[in-house]
Design a protein around this ligand. Sequence first.
Ligand SMILES: C[S@@+](CC[C@H](N)C(=O)[O-])C[C@H]1O[C@@H](n2cnc3c(N)ncnc32)[C@H](O)[C@@H]1O
Length: 341
Amino acid sequence: MQIFFYHKPNRLVEPVTDKSANKKAKDILDDFYQNRVKLKIPSKFIENWGKVALYHPKGDLDKANSILIEPENGAYNLKNNINDLTGKEWIKFTCSWFIFNALKEDIKQEKALDPNSETHPATYSPTMISDFISFFTKKGDNVLDPFMGIGSTAEACKRTGRVAYGTELNPKYHSIAIRREERFEKNIVNGDAKLIDTFGFPMIDFSISSPPYWDILNRSTGEFKKVRDKKQLDTKYSEHNLDLGNIDDYDEFIKSCAEVYVKLYNILRKGAHIVIIIKNVKKDGKFYPLAWDLAKELSSLYELRDEKIWIQDKIGLAPYGYPFSWTSNILHHYCLILKKV
Ligand SMILES: C[S@@+](CC[C@H](N)C(=O)[O-])C[C@H]1O[C@@H](n2cnc3c(N)ncnc32)[C@H](O)[C@@H]1O
């Protein structure tokens, strides 16, 4: 007998062996299938519908609204309006911190796309961003990055089956970003992120981005600058006066950066999340809580949900402060999570 119904009598998900319960479950599943578009059932279930079973922890058929394929991969609740994940997949992402270092495969892929991709001084990994996109969107959703750089977010959208939109000020980086996928070419504008609500973008379901970390690149010295100068790679984003990375005053930077996300609010769907990846920084020996101040500035408009802390543990430590004062090597970033309510 093919099993169409599972329950969880103790700690394990187990098949219900009763024949009539399975018949009723099959009828319910047929009804779900008929309404698959309305119910937004993820394609990973639709494509394997023959293997899909109904699930209710207490074995209550009338209340069952979860489906599964392999019990060990968890069940997907049809009321899930955020993503396509089962409960088991969902929980994996909910840890408030993660360790992630640059991936060779991502860098190799970027170089294959354009040998000059390395010239961008501060990209993030499409692999890392794919995890955020998979959590905060459903397949086919619109994802926007106002600081698109060379298109890591667009690459993550390509890998996860989402649609990328965005802006990037520097034409050199923009020209690489638009090559990530043909259908995103017209969606990524070479322009100022502060005008994000004027480019005719559709309603956006999720945004993830990393703005310039104030003007820290302009002040870069030491190994980073030496190595990149030698290879004739950029050590700052541009000389453009609209480039947020060229704002010297801290308060002005916070205001300008926040303005981008205020404009973004106008084209965000209600209930949509945004993730901003940013760091606290030091300038001339003084500590500036950039991530916290930006979060505070935006929390009058958005609901500040919380943060996920991204840790890099493969970067060498410099002997800052020794032997006089406490000065950390800042190797963590804040992924601020905000919501339009
Ligand atoms: C931290 S980088 C983002 C890199 C990107 N996440 C990637 O992986 O390629 C910040 C980007 O913001 C861009 N930028 C700075 N000011 C901007 C503005 N006013 N409008 C649009 N882009 C801007 C810079 O050129 C730079 O590429």
